[in-house]
Design a protein around this ligand. Structure first.
Ligand SMILES: Cc1cc2nc3c(=O)[nH]c(=O)nc-3n(C[C@H](O)[C@H](O)[C@H](O)COP(=O)(O)O)c2cc1C
Length: 357
Protein backbone atom coordinates (compact mmCIF):
# COMPACT_ATOMS: atom_id res chain seq x y z
CA UNK A 1 0.00 0.00 0.00
CA UNK A 2 1.43 3.34 -0.99
CA UNK A 3 0.27 6.85 -1.70
CA UNK A 4 0.80 8.29 -5.16
CA UNK A 5 0.30 11.71 -6.70
CA UNK A 6 -0.09 12.57 -10.36
CA UNK A 7 -0.61 16.18 -11.40
CA UNK A 8 -1.46 17.93 -14.67
CA UNK A 9 -2.07 21.51 -15.69
CA UNK A 10 -0.48 24.53 -17.33
CA UNK A 11 0.00 27.88 -15.64
CA UNK A 12 -2.61 29.67 -17.78
CA UNK A 13 -4.57 26.62 -18.92
CA UNK A 14 -8.10 25.93 -17.70
CA UNK A 15 -7.14 24.19 -14.43
CA UNK A 16 -4.65 22.25 -12.37
CA UNK A 17 -5.42 18.65 -11.55
CA UNK A 18 -4.14 16.33 -8.82
CA UNK A 19 -4.99 12.65 -8.54
CA UNK A 20 -4.09 10.98 -5.25
CA UNK A 21 -4.29 7.21 -5.01
CA UNK A 22 -3.73 5.03 -1.95
CA UNK A 23 -5.72 6.95 0.65
CA UNK A 24 -7.61 4.77 3.14
CA UNK A 25 -11.40 4.84 3.12
CA UNK A 26 -13.09 6.82 5.86
CA UNK A 27 -10.80 9.83 6.20
CA UNK A 28 -12.93 12.92 6.79
CA UNK A 29 -11.53 15.79 4.73
CA UNK A 30 -11.78 19.42 5.76
CA UNK A 31 -12.38 21.51 2.64
CA UNK A 32 -11.59 24.73 4.50
CA UNK A 33 -8.17 23.40 5.48
CA UNK A 34 -7.31 22.64 1.84
CA UNK A 35 -8.50 26.08 0.70
CA UNK A 36 -6.61 27.58 3.63
CA UNK A 37 -3.36 25.98 2.47
CA UNK A 38 -4.03 27.11 -1.11
CA UNK A 39 -4.47 30.65 0.20
CA UNK A 40 -1.26 30.43 2.25
CA UNK A 41 0.61 29.47 -0.93
CA UNK A 42 -0.64 32.61 -2.63
CA UNK A 43 0.38 34.96 0.16
CA UNK A 44 3.77 36.31 0.98
CA UNK A 45 5.82 39.38 0.43
CA UNK A 46 7.15 39.85 -3.11
CA UNK A 47 4.52 37.89 -5.05
CA UNK A 48 3.21 39.17 -8.38
CA UNK A 49 -0.27 40.67 -9.01
CA UNK A 50 -1.27 37.27 -10.45
CA UNK A 51 -2.08 36.25 -6.89
CA UNK A 52 -4.80 38.89 -6.79
CA UNK A 53 -6.45 37.36 -9.85
CA UNK A 54 -6.36 33.82 -8.53
CA UNK A 55 -8.30 32.90 -5.41
CA UNK A 56 -7.58 29.23 -5.39
CA UNK A 57 -10.32 26.88 -4.26
CA UNK A 58 -10.32 23.11 -4.41
CA UNK A 59 -12.98 21.17 -6.27
CA UNK A 60 -13.32 17.43 -5.83
CA UNK A 61 -14.35 15.33 -8.81
CA UNK A 62 -13.90 11.82 -7.44
CA UNK A 63 -12.96 9.71 -4.45
CA UNK A 64 -15.01 11.57 -1.85
CA UNK A 65 -18.60 11.16 -0.69
CA UNK A 66 -20.19 13.41 1.90
CA UNK A 67 -16.72 14.54 2.95
CA UNK A 68 -15.28 11.04 3.50
CA UNK A 69 -12.69 9.36 1.33
CA UNK A 70 -13.89 6.22 -0.44
CA UNK A 71 -10.48 4.56 -0.68
CA UNK A 72 -10.63 5.21 -4.42
CA UNK A 73 -8.58 7.71 -6.47
CA UNK A 74 -9.16 11.23 -5.17
CA UNK A 75 -9.37 13.75 -8.03
CA UNK A 76 -8.76 17.39 -7.09
CA UNK A 77 -9.09 20.40 -9.38
CA UNK A 78 -7.94 24.00 -8.89
CA UNK A 79 -9.24 26.29 -11.65
CA UNK A 80 -7.06 29.02 -13.15
CA UNK A 81 -9.21 32.12 -13.04
CA UNK A 82 -6.59 33.92 -15.12
CA UNK A 83 -7.37 31.48 -17.97
CA UNK A 84 -10.14 33.76 -19.19
CA UNK A 85 -7.44 36.31 -20.10
CA UNK A 86 -5.60 33.58 -22.01
CA UNK A 87 -8.62 31.80 -23.47
CA UNK A 88 -7.40 32.08 -27.09
CA UNK A 89 -3.66 31.80 -26.33
CA UNK A 90 -4.02 28.75 -24.07
CA UNK A 91 -7.03 27.11 -25.68
CA UNK A 92 -6.61 23.32 -25.44
CA UNK A 93 -8.27 22.94 -28.85
CA UNK A 94 -7.46 24.99 -31.97
CA UNK A 95 -8.87 28.40 -31.05
CA UNK A 96 -11.73 29.93 -32.96
CA UNK A 97 -11.94 33.55 -34.02
CA UNK A 98 -9.27 36.24 -34.14
CA UNK A 99 -6.33 36.06 -31.70
CA UNK A 100 -7.26 37.94 -28.54
CA UNK A 101 -5.95 38.31 -25.01
CA UNK A 102 -2.60 37.06 -23.75
CA UNK A 103 -0.30 34.36 -25.10
CA UNK A 104 -1.11 34.96 -28.76
CA UNK A 105 2.46 35.76 -29.87
CA UNK A 106 5.17 33.07 -29.90
CA UNK A 107 7.92 33.54 -27.28
CA UNK A 108 11.38 32.99 -28.78
CA UNK A 109 13.65 34.67 -26.19
CA UNK A 110 14.49 32.07 -23.51
CA UNK A 111 15.14 33.23 -19.95
CA UNK A 112 18.41 32.07 -18.38
CA UNK A 113 17.56 29.95 -15.35
CA UNK A 114 14.13 28.91 -16.56
CA UNK A 115 12.87 25.92 -18.55
CA UNK A 116 12.67 27.92 -21.77
CA UNK A 117 15.81 26.95 -23.68
CA UNK A 118 16.19 23.38 -22.43
CA UNK A 119 12.46 22.77 -22.96
CA UNK A 120 12.45 24.21 -26.48
CA UNK A 121 15.44 22.09 -27.51
CA UNK A 122 14.20 18.92 -25.80
CA UNK A 123 10.67 19.01 -27.21
CA UNK A 124 11.44 20.75 -30.51
CA UNK A 125 9.30 23.81 -29.73
CA UNK A 126 9.02 27.00 -31.78
CA UNK A 127 7.12 28.76 -29.01
CA UNK A 128 8.86 28.66 -25.63
CA UNK A 129 5.45 29.08 -24.01
CA UNK A 130 4.84 25.39 -24.67
CA UNK A 131 7.62 24.67 -22.16
CA UNK A 132 7.23 27.42 -19.60
CA UNK A 133 3.52 26.94 -19.04
CA UNK A 134 4.04 23.55 -17.41
CA UNK A 135 7.44 24.34 -15.89
CA UNK A 136 5.89 27.29 -14.05
CA UNK A 137 5.46 26.92 -10.32
CA UNK A 138 1.75 27.58 -10.72
CA UNK A 139 1.49 23.77 -10.72
CA UNK A 140 2.54 23.81 -7.05
CA UNK A 141 -1.10 24.68 -6.26
CA UNK A 142 -1.99 21.07 -7.16
CA UNK A 143 0.81 19.79 -4.94
CA UNK A 144 -0.34 21.97 -2.06
CA UNK A 145 -3.90 20.64 -2.37
CA UNK A 146 -2.61 17.05 -2.29
CA UNK A 147 -0.21 17.89 0.54
CA UNK A 148 -3.08 19.33 2.52
CA UNK A 149 -4.91 16.01 2.22
CA UNK A 150 -1.72 14.23 3.32
CA UNK A 151 -1.50 16.51 6.37
CA UNK A 152 -5.05 15.56 7.30
CA UNK A 153 -4.11 11.89 7.15
CA UNK A 154 -0.97 12.54 9.22
CA UNK A 155 -3.02 14.42 11.81
CA UNK A 156 -4.84 11.14 12.48
CA UNK A 157 -1.41 9.86 13.59
CA UNK A 158 -0.85 13.05 15.62
CA UNK A 159 1.89 14.12 13.21
CA UNK A 160 2.11 17.86 12.51
CA UNK A 161 4.09 19.31 9.59
CA UNK A 162 4.92 23.00 9.43
CA UNK A 163 6.99 25.00 6.96
CA UNK A 164 8.49 28.43 7.65
CA UNK A 165 10.89 30.94 6.14
CA UNK A 166 14.39 30.60 7.61
CA UNK A 167 15.98 33.66 5.98
CA UNK A 168 16.35 36.78 8.14
CA UNK A 169 15.35 40.24 6.84
CA UNK A 170 13.59 38.83 3.89
CA UNK A 171 11.31 41.83 3.32
CA UNK A 172 14.25 44.24 3.25
CA UNK A 173 16.05 42.09 0.68
CA UNK A 174 12.87 41.91 -1.42
CA UNK A 175 12.38 45.70 -1.30
CA UNK A 176 15.95 46.28 -2.39
CA UNK A 177 15.69 43.75 -5.20
CA UNK A 178 12.40 45.18 -6.41
CA UNK A 179 13.91 48.66 -6.55
CA UNK A 180 16.69 47.24 -8.74
CA UNK A 181 14.16 45.29 -10.83
CA UNK A 182 15.91 42.15 -9.63
CA UNK A 183 14.85 38.98 -7.75
CA UNK A 184 15.94 37.08 -4.63
CA UNK A 185 15.74 33.61 -3.16
CA UNK A 186 16.04 32.37 0.40
CA UNK A 187 15.93 29.41 2.75
CA UNK A 188 12.88 27.61 4.15
CA UNK A 189 12.60 25.00 6.89
CA UNK A 190 10.00 22.27 7.34
CA UNK A 191 9.56 20.54 10.70
CA UNK A 192 7.51 17.41 11.31
CA UNK A 193 6.62 16.52 14.90
CA UNK A 194 5.22 13.25 16.17
CA UNK A 195 6.69 11.08 13.41
CA UNK A 196 7.21 7.63 14.95
CA UNK A 197 10.53 5.85 14.55
CA UNK A 198 10.62 3.42 11.67
CA UNK A 199 9.36 5.27 8.59
CA UNK A 200 11.57 4.63 5.57
CA UNK A 201 14.29 2.00 5.38
CA UNK A 202 18.03 1.50 4.98
CA UNK A 203 17.38 -1.63 2.89
CA UNK A 204 17.57 0.19 -0.45
CA UNK A 205 18.47 3.73 -1.38
CA UNK A 206 15.06 4.53 -2.85
CA UNK A 207 13.47 3.48 0.45
CA UNK A 208 15.57 5.86 2.53
CA UNK A 209 13.37 8.54 4.07
CA UNK A 210 16.10 11.19 3.81
CA UNK A 211 16.56 10.47 0.09
CA UNK A 212 12.82 10.55 -0.47
CA UNK A 213 12.33 13.82 1.37
CA UNK A 214 15.29 15.36 -0.45
CA UNK A 215 13.88 14.31 -3.82
CA UNK A 216 10.41 15.57 -2.91
CA UNK A 217 11.74 18.99 -1.90
CA UNK A 218 14.32 19.24 -4.68
CA UNK A 219 11.45 18.48 -7.04
CA UNK A 220 10.01 21.91 -6.33
CA UNK A 221 10.83 24.67 -8.82
CA UNK A 222 13.84 26.84 -7.91
CA UNK A 223 15.05 24.61 -5.05
CA UNK A 224 18.79 24.10 -5.49
CA UNK A 225 19.85 22.64 -2.16
CA UNK A 226 18.26 20.43 0.50
CA UNK A 227 19.64 19.45 3.87
CA UNK A 228 18.35 17.24 6.66
CA UNK A 229 19.13 18.38 10.19
CA UNK A 230 22.57 19.96 10.50
CA UNK A 231 23.22 18.95 6.88
CA UNK A 232 26.17 20.62 5.21
CA UNK A 233 27.60 21.94 8.48
CA UNK A 234 28.17 18.32 9.63
CA UNK A 235 31.05 18.18 7.18
CA UNK A 236 33.03 20.63 9.32
CA UNK A 237 32.57 19.17 12.80
CA UNK A 238 33.82 16.09 14.62
CA UNK A 239 31.86 12.92 15.22
CA UNK A 240 31.76 13.61 18.95
CA UNK A 241 30.00 16.88 18.18
CA UNK A 242 27.85 15.60 15.34
CA UNK A 243 25.91 12.61 16.65
CA UNK A 244 22.97 12.68 19.03
CA UNK A 245 23.74 10.57 22.09
CA UNK A 246 21.10 8.07 23.18
CA UNK A 247 20.06 8.60 26.80
CA UNK A 248 18.06 6.41 29.22
CA UNK A 249 14.50 6.03 28.03
CA UNK A 250 15.88 6.17 24.47
CA UNK A 251 15.72 9.96 24.47
CA UNK A 252 18.11 12.50 22.96
CA UNK A 253 19.15 15.92 24.05
CA UNK A 254 20.22 16.98 20.58
CA UNK A 255 18.76 16.44 17.12
CA UNK A 256 21.55 17.19 14.69
CA UNK A 257 20.45 14.24 12.56
CA UNK A 258 17.17 16.03 11.89
CA UNK A 259 15.08 13.04 12.94
CA UNK A 260 16.49 10.52 10.47
CA UNK A 261 19.28 7.95 10.92
CA UNK A 262 20.22 5.46 8.18
CA UNK A 263 17.28 6.60 6.11
CA UNK A 264 14.81 5.75 8.88
CA UNK A 265 12.87 8.16 11.08
CA UNK A 266 14.22 7.90 14.64
CA UNK A 267 11.31 9.48 16.51
CA UNK A 268 12.85 12.93 16.84
CA UNK A 269 11.50 15.96 15.03
CA UNK A 270 12.20 15.78 11.29
CA UNK A 271 13.91 18.92 10.04
CA UNK A 272 14.34 19.60 6.31
CA UNK A 273 15.77 22.83 4.90
CA UNK A 274 15.72 24.00 1.31
CA UNK A 275 17.62 26.75 -0.51
CA UNK A 276 15.70 28.61 -3.21
CA UNK A 277 17.54 30.39 -5.99
CA UNK A 278 16.57 33.93 -7.09
CA UNK A 279 13.67 33.68 -9.53
CA UNK A 280 14.73 33.72 -13.18
CA UNK A 281 12.22 36.21 -14.64
CA UNK A 282 13.80 39.63 -14.24
CA UNK A 283 12.12 42.95 -14.97
CA UNK A 284 15.56 44.04 -16.15
CA UNK A 285 16.11 41.11 -18.48
CA UNK A 286 19.32 39.13 -18.85
CA UNK A 287 21.03 38.55 -22.12
CA UNK A 288 19.88 35.67 -24.28
CA UNK A 289 19.72 34.54 -27.90
CA UNK A 290 16.57 34.61 -30.01
CA UNK A 291 15.72 31.03 -30.98
CA UNK A 292 14.24 32.15 -34.30
CA UNK A 293 17.01 34.46 -35.51
CA UNK A 294 20.04 33.26 -33.54
CA UNK A 295 20.72 36.92 -32.71
CA UNK A 296 21.49 38.32 -29.25
CA UNK A 297 18.33 39.47 -27.50
CA UNK A 298 16.84 40.35 -24.14
CA UNK A 299 15.12 37.54 -22.25
CA UNK A 300 11.36 37.32 -21.85
CA UNK A 301 9.83 39.75 -19.37
CA UNK A 302 6.57 38.42 -18.01
CA UNK A 303 4.57 39.30 -14.92
CA UNK A 304 6.55 37.64 -12.17
CA UNK A 305 7.31 37.40 -8.46
CA UNK A 306 10.30 39.23 -6.96
CA UNK A 307 10.52 36.41 -4.42
CA UNK A 308 8.43 33.38 -3.55
CA UNK A 309 10.19 32.17 -0.41
CA UNK A 310 7.08 32.31 1.78
CA UNK A 311 5.19 30.37 -0.86
CA UNK A 312 8.01 27.84 -1.01
CA UNK A 313 7.62 27.25 2.74
CA UNK A 314 4.02 26.15 2.08
CA UNK A 315 4.92 24.10 -0.98
CA UNK A 316 7.83 22.38 0.81
CA UNK A 317 5.56 21.67 3.77
CA UNK A 318 3.16 19.96 1.36
CA UNK A 319 5.97 17.95 -0.25
CA UNK A 320 7.31 16.76 3.12
CA UNK A 321 3.80 15.94 4.34
CA UNK A 322 3.00 13.93 1.23
CA UNK A 323 6.22 11.94 1.49
CA UNK A 324 5.71 11.25 5.20
CA UNK A 325 2.13 10.19 4.58
CA UNK A 326 3.36 7.90 1.81
CA UNK A 327 5.92 6.31 4.15
CA UNK A 328 3.22 5.92 6.81
CA UNK A 329 0.87 4.23 4.32
CA UNK A 330 3.68 1.80 3.46
CA UNK A 331 4.34 1.00 7.12
CA UNK A 332 0.81 0.81 8.50
CA UNK A 333 -1.24 -0.15 5.41
CA UNK A 334 -4.95 -0.82 5.80
CA UNK A 335 -7.82 -0.23 3.40
CA UNK A 336 -9.83 1.72 5.96
CA UNK A 337 -8.69 4.51 8.25
CA UNK A 338 -9.60 2.31 11.24
CA UNK A 339 -7.25 -0.47 10.06
CA UNK A 340 -4.49 2.05 9.39
CA UNK A 341 -4.84 3.58 12.85
CA UNK A 342 -5.04 0.16 14.53
CA UNK A 343 -1.74 -0.89 12.96
CA UNK A 344 -0.16 2.40 14.07
CA UNK A 345 -1.47 1.95 17.63
CA UNK A 346 -0.24 -1.66 17.84
CA UNK A 347 3.19 -0.59 16.64
CA UNK A 348 3.44 2.21 19.19
CA UNK A 349 2.52 -0.25 21.92
CA UNK A 350 5.44 -2.46 20.87
CA UNK A 351 8.20 0.16 20.79
CA UNK A 352 9.65 2.28 23.61
CA UNK A 353 8.79 5.69 22.20
CA UNK A 354 6.77 8.50 23.61
CA UNK A 355 5.51 11.45 21.68
CA UNK A 356 7.40 14.09 23.62
CA UNK A 357 9.16 15.64 20.68
C1 LIG B 1 6.14 29.12 -5.33
C2 LIG B 1 7.05 29.46 -6.48
C3 LIG B 1 6.78 30.58 -7.25
C4 LIG B 1 7.62 30.91 -8.32
N1 LIG B 1 7.35 32.04 -9.04
C5 LIG B 1 8.18 32.38 -10.06
C6 LIG B 1 7.96 33.58 -10.79
O1 LIG B 1 7.03 34.33 -10.55
N2 LIG B 1 8.85 33.89 -11.77
C7 LIG B 1 9.90 33.07 -12.09
O2 LIG B 1 10.66 33.39 -12.97
N3 LIG B 1 10.12 31.93 -11.43
C8 LIG B 1 9.29 31.56 -10.43
N4 LIG B 1 9.53 30.39 -9.74
C9 LIG B 1 10.70 29.56 -10.10
C10 LIG B 1 10.60 28.90 -11.45
O3 LIG B 1 9.39 28.19 -11.60
C11 LIG B 1 11.81 27.96 -11.67
O4 LIG B 1 12.98 28.65 -11.41
C12 LIG B 1 11.83 27.42 -13.09
O5 LIG B 1 10.72 26.55 -13.28
C13 LIG B 1 13.11 26.67 -13.44
O6 LIG B 1 13.30 25.56 -12.62
P1 LIG B 1 14.56 25.44 -11.64
O7 LIG B 1 14.75 26.78 -10.99
O8 LIG B 1 14.19 24.37 -10.65
O9 LIG B 1 15.76 25.07 -12.45
C14 LIG B 1 8.72 30.07 -8.64
C15 LIG B 1 8.97 28.93 -7.86
C16 LIG B 1 8.16 28.63 -6.79
C17 LIG B 1 8.43 27.40 -5.95
Amino acid sequence: MTLRLTTAGESHGPALVAIVTGLPAGLVLDRGAIDGDLARRQEGYGRSPRQRIETDRVEVLAGLRHGRTLGTPLALVVRNRDHENWAWGMSPWPPEGEPAGKGTKAVTVPRPGHADLAGALKFGLDDVRDALERASARQTAAHVAAGSVAKQLLRELEVEVQGAVATDDLERRIDEARADRDTVGGVVEVRARGVPPGLGSYAAKDERLDARLAAAVMGIQAVKGVEIGTGFALADIRGSQAHDEILPGFTRETNRAGGIEAGVSNGEEIVVRAAMKPLPTLMRPLQTVDLETGEPAEALVERSDVAAVEALAVVAEAAVAFELARAAREKFGGDSLADFLAAHRAYLERIPWSRTR
